[in-house]
Design a protein around this ligand. Sequence first.
Ligand SMILES: *Cc1c(COP(=O)(O)O)cnc(C)c1O
Length: 337
Amino acid sequence: MLIDLRSDTITKPSPAMLEAMFTADVGDDVFGDDPTVLALEAKAAAMFGMEAALYCTSGTMTNQLAIRTHVRPGDEVICDQLSHIYLYEGGGIAVNAFASVALLPGERGKLTPALVRDAINNPADPHRPLSRLVSLENTMNKGGGCYYTIPEIAAIKQVCDEHGLALHLDGARLFNALIETGESPVAYGQLFDSVSICLSKGLGCPVGSLLLGKTAFIAQARRFRKMMGGGWRQAGYLAAAGIYALDHNIERLKLDHARARKIGAIMAQRPEIVDVMPVDTNIVIVELPETILATDYVQELTRKDIRAVTFGKHLVRFVTHLDFTDEHLAAFEQQIG
Ligand SMILES: *Cc1c(COP(=O)(O)O)cnc(C)c1O
């Protein structure tokens, strides 16, 4: 049996989700009259207690639009050195926003108020880029799916407020964090100036991310989206999947986390594995000895019909998701040998 744990993006829409998509009421979103897109944006904004939302193709687009909208050319974005916005968005911060980046050494990708405070440049010093935006990631992909709690974020928010910095959240897997902490999306709406969430990861949609923020901010981001060619027409067929996912696929993330912990436990038993990062949500990162390259290990897994990705020279990542069932978990245990 093929076990695909490369990412939680590999899921295909369930029959019920497809039904919602096929029967969606659509219009032209560039004209602002696709009722299903409008409904998804309104639903997400209400969930977070935020004013407005913008439905986009990808989390890279929502992050990049947020950064572009928050900063001016030459400004600086403060983030962890493991951030997706820096590592995995093609240098977009430089190209789309003409901005500089301060990369901080957090713990498993998580920043602290002290780290952020020390990274803020003196605005009176013309040598230094103007610190304008702090970006957090929750859950933290490169940190093995660890998460922030609201009090941790509130302490960082206070530093931002003291220095007049905006705060953005790359919440590609935010719902994975919320399911663990029991915190509400509204608390996030109160702390962040902008929030990006992905519908195409754990929530099981084929496509789509949302950017949330104040009305004027979202209007400006919409302008930049059009400029990038991101205006889309009968996008309601896809937005319908998003509405379905927000209604049906959040609670079940608990199952993904339980299965990820099981995979972590199975891998921890294996003689060739040096270490397994703590499994906090749906991501499992294992460390190989210096004698085994991650690329070779992933190839060996492929021969066992198990797919994973390299996550460093000696690191391999597994991600559980909606299409990975208990049956697959049993097969994983068998096939890994
Ligand atoms: C997947 C992901 C994104 C967005 O990726 P897209 O493939 O562009 O949708 C952003 N941040 C993190 C942490 C992610 O894991």
